[in-house]
Design a protein around this ligand. Structure first.
Ligand code: DX5
Ligand code: ZN
Length: 231
């Protein structure tokens, strides 16, 4: 499955397994898949680019069999080039890397595509929209962080919305097919701000995996923001 073939004018939900119960990760992935999500978001942290550690390719290959959905892999790594290939081999379909990392986006995008995966470019809250403009016509997705990367459960940064809109407007101006994702603090309320600014792919960890009303309700609530989506 490819993200370029999914809708651009609908809300897509990408639950972040960071908020799941790691002791039963396979079942947790199956649970959100059956609840109607569109992809599975994997947060990879190296304890250097961000002050936290998560997991690596061996875990990705173990859980690959629990869902056929896109494994949307968010590399929060200083050296993404060093590990991108191993994640793709393990089953990652889409690799997003940070524009602030050490590697040359040009080379990394080429490598990801030649390895048969799709590429996303992502930027931290302090990085300006224009930093990703040179690669907009070569990536399948842009990910705008709406929290400082490193931890789940943080508050949504509403002040990132002008940046989301600036990237959306550039995508529209150049008539490109690029998915626009936001990540951090997305729930049934903040999703409306993100959608109104033009983001259509919603990463949601806490609000999906830890929702007392269940994952299906959580996902439906996020998709309801389609009515305000800026297309
Ligand atoms: C933060 C991660 C996010 C995070 C989202 O570095 O990239 O994907 O897990 O979690 P919530 O939805 O709980 O903010
Ligand atoms: Zn993420």
């Amino acid at each position: 499955m490819k993200i370029r073939d999914l809708a651009y004018d609908k809300i897509l939900v990408a639950p972040s397994i960071l908020a799941s119960d790691f002791a039963k990760l396979g079942e947790e992935i199956k649970r959100v898949d059956e609840a109607g999500c569109d992809m599975i978001h994997l947060d990879i942290m190296d304890g250097h680019f961000v002050p936290n550690l998560t997991f690596g390719p061996p875990l990705v290959s173990c859980v690959r069999k629990y869902s056929k959905l896109i494994f949307d892999t968010h590399l929060m790594l200083t050296d993404p080039m060093k590990y991108a290939g191993a994640f793709i081999k393990a089953g990652s379909d889409l690799i997003s890397f940070h524009v602030e990392s050490n590697d040359d986006p040009e080379k990394l995008i080429k490598f990801i595509h030649e390895s048969g995966a799709e590429a996303g470019i992502t930027l931290k809250p302090g990085t300006q929209a224009e930093k990703v403009f040179p690669w907009l016509d070569r990536v399948e997705m842009v990910l705008v962080m709406t929290v400082e990367p490193g931890f789940g459960g943080q508050s949504f940064m509403k002040d990132m919305m002008p940046k989301v809109k600036a990237i959306k407007d550039e995508i529209k101006k150049r008539k490109l097919a690029v998915q626009l994702q936001v990540d951090g603090g997305i729930d049934a309320t903040t999703v409306y701000e993100a959608a109104a600014a033009g983001a259509n792919v919603m990463v949601a960890g806490t609000s999906v995996f830890r929702n007392p009303a269940g994952a299906a309700k959580a996902i439906a609530d996020l998709k309801a923001a389609e009515k305000v989506l800026y297309k």
